[in-house]
Design a protein around this ligand. Structure first.
Ligand SMILES: *[C@@H]1O[C@H](CO)[C@@H](O)[C@H](O)[C@H]1NC(C)=O
Ligand SMILES: *[C@@H]1O[C@H](CO)[C@@H](O)[C@H](O)[C@H]1NC(C)=O
Ligand SMILES: *[C@@H]1O[C@H](CO)[C@@H](O)[C@H](O)[C@H]1NC(C)=O
Ligand SMILES: *[C@@H]1O[C@H](CO)[C@@H](O)[C@H](O)[C@H]1NC(C)=O
Ligand SMILES: *[C@@H]1O[C@H](CO)[C@@H](O)[C@H](O)[C@H]1NC(C)=O
Ligand SMILES: *[C@@H]1O[C@H](CO)[C@@H](O)[C@H](O)[C@H]1NC(C)=O
Ligand SMILES: *[C@@H]1O[C@H](CO)[C@@H](O)[C@H](O)[C@H]1NC(C)=O
Ligand SMILES: *[C@@H]1O[C@H](CO)[C@@H](O)[C@H](O)[C@H]1NC(C)=O
Ligand SMILES: *[C@@H]1O[C@H](CO)[C@@H](O)[C@H](O)[C@H]1NC(C)=O
Ligand SMILES: *[C@@H]1O[C@H](CO)[C@@H](O)[C@H](O)[C@H]1NC(C)=O
Ligand SMILES: *[C@@H]1O[C@H](CO)[C@@H](O)[C@H](O)[C@H]1NC(C)=O
Length: 428
């Protein structure tokens, strides 16, 4: 009796208590990985461990499945200088959940065989040199949560079929030459929190149906050829924290109640379009907002008070022209402690340069006010702004002398250009 118990225990041990590292990689997976390796060059020898030894833990970048310890679950080969095509054999790694091969030099097409990886949850191939179209077959991977294909040379359009990936949380196709329009079907991606389509050649309208994406946080379509408006439905998605639509052909005004409907907004970047109307004063109610760029549009009216954000770019509009002082908003910024950049250059702002600019945050590094109708003299208190390294006041109606105190600004360096368009959308 006790003999049987010992045998049973041994069998159980060998089945359940063997560390994953002791398992041989299943033959199909081993062949697939070696076929993949055979097609590419590996100048740094990053995959030199992929040799006769075929224990799961020995091969760089491989993690085997916990429940099926001989099968590859994760292939993580980020930034290894690998160069060449992605072998169709990769489609044989049928237990793969996470395929991450960003920041390499993979070329050619994304193999249709990926469509066989029905367990795949994460597909990261950004910053490679992949060409041809996004394969429709990846929409067969119904468990996909993350698709990262930015920074490649993918052409064609965004496949309509992507709208069927009901678990997709992040769709990032930035910096490709993708054409066509934004498919309405993406509005069916009910789990989506990031839609990152910046720097493509997309045209047409932003579908109003995207207003159904009730979990959306990041909406980035900057640097395309989109026309029409930002659909009002998008301004109703209270979860949104970033809107970046810079450099398109969008027009219309911004809803007055944005400060109420988008309480989580942190980044609002809509420069280089044809937006018009006034800047909603409710913007100052957005307590999380830290970056606002409405530059190079056709906004008119006053600068709203209390825009004490880290980055505020209002340049190249037609703000100002009121009977009262256009610069009174400076007074409201006195106690904002974390401003870094402020530009009001190239507007129609008129008024005496207020002494309260001396009370701007000491964290302010850039302050541009050129090309307006600002008069009076330069307040000596400007010496308080000790972090300033860029200061622009050209083409105004300032008179008097340049205060000696400007010479006390320790970080000021010569600058000829006003703030360049800030490309903050690249941060997420
Ligand atoms: C095979 O891989 C092991 C690591 O798993 C490494 O120590 C060994 O040098 C490799 N052999 C060759 C011939 O590259
Ligand atoms: C492979 O891993 C096993 C277990 O971790 C180890 O005993 C063996 O020496 C490794 N083989 C090589 C070639 O590194
Ligand atoms: C693996 O994939 C390749 C190419 O897609 C195929 O030719 C091969 O038959 C597949 N099966 C195995 C077991 O390697
Ligand atoms: C890709 O999908 C098409 C159907 O949409 C199918 O005919 C084809 O076999 C698939 N290719 C692979 C490699 O899975
Ligand atoms: C969204 O999904 C539903 C249900 O699958 C489908 O009937 C509808 O056509 C889809 N909408 C779009 C725009 O693709
Ligand atoms: C936005 O939401 C409010 C309240 O839920 C609703 O009354 C309004 O119709 C919505 N607007 C749009 C454009 O969806
Ligand atoms: C917006 O902020 C102002 C004060 O700056 C306040 O009076 C107003 O009630 C706020 N509105 C909302 C909707 O919170
Ligand atoms: C600029 O502002 C002045 C008032 O300060 C106004 O008379 C003028 O029409 C404005 N110019 C433009 C182009 O709006
Ligand atoms: C700034 O803070 C001081 C002291 O707390 C206060 O007296 C002043 O009213 C504040 N100014 C603004 C514009 O909030
Ligand atoms: C700057 O702030 C201080 C303290 O909050 C205040 O006493 C002073 O009047 C302000 N200066 C200007 C020019 O607004
Ligand atoms: C600057 O211009 C104002 C009128 O805008 C004038 O009253 C003042 O005397 C001028 N100051 C100097 C130093 O020219």
């Amino acid at each position: 009796m006790s003999f049987v118990v010992v045998i049973v225990t041994l069998v159980l041990n060998s089945m359940h208590f063997l560390p994953a590292s002791q398992y041989l990689i299943a033959e199909t997976d081993r062949l697939a990985l070696l076929a993949f390796k055979n097609k590419i060059s590996d100048p740094l020898g990053a995959l030199s461990s992929w040799n006769e030894s075929s224990h799961c833990s020995n091969w760089t970048g491989i993690t085997c499945s916990r429940r099926h310890p001989s099968r590859v679950a994760v292939l993580e080969l980020t930034s290894m200088s690998l160069r060449g095509p992605i072998s169709p054999y990769i489609g044989n790694l049928s237990f793969l959940q996470d395929l991450a091969m960003s920041l390499n030099h993979f070329t050619g097409e994304i193999t249709q065989e990926l469509g066989r990886l029905f367990r795949l949850q994460v597909l990261r191939l950004e910053d490679n040199t992949l060409t041809v179209k996004i394969p429709k077959n990846i929409t067969l991977c119904k468990n996909l949560q993350v698709i990262e294909l930015g920074g490649n040379k993918l052409v064609g359009g965004i496949p309509t079929e992507l709208g069927s990936l009901s678990k997709l949380q992040r769709l990032a196709l930035w910096r490709n030459p993708l054409g066509g329009t934004i498919p309405v079907s993406l509005s069916n991606l009910s789990a989506l929190h990031s839609l990152i389509l910046r720097s493509n050649h997309l045209h047409g309208y932003i579908p109003s149906e995207l207003g159904q994406l009730s979990r959306l946080k990041h909406f980035q379509v900057a640097d395309n050829d989109l026309s029409g408006t930002i659909p009002t439905q998008l301004f109703n998605i209270s979860s949104i924290s970033a809107i970046a639509v810079t450099s398109n052909e969008l027009h219309e005004s911004i809803p007055n109640n944005i400060g109420i409907t988008l309480p989580n907004l942190e980044t609002f970047i809509i420069g280089m379009n044809k937006f018009s109307g006034t800047l909603p004063t409710s913007i100052s109610n957005l307590s999380r907002l830290s970056a606002l760029d409405v530059s190079s549009n056709q906004f008119t009216g006053p600068v709203p008070p209390n825009l004490g954000l880290s980055f505020v770019n209002l340049e190249k509009n037609n703000l100002g022209g009121a009977e009262v002082d256009d610069l009174s908003f400076f007074d409201s910024l006195a106690n904002c402690s974390h401003m870094e950049k402020l530009s009001i250059t190239y507007n129609n702002l008129s008024g005496k340069l207020p002494g309260s600019i001396a009370n701007l945050s000491i964290t302010l590094t850039e302050l541009y006010m050129g090309e307006n109708n600002i008069f009076g003299d330069i307040p000596t208190g400007i010496e308080n702004l000790v972090s300033l390294n860029g200061l622009g006041m050209e083409s105004n109606l300032l008179n008097g002398s340049i205060p000696v105190s400007i010479g006390k600004l320790p970080n000021l360096i010569r600058r000829y250009n006003s703030a360049k368009p800030w490309q903050l959308w690249q941060t997420e």
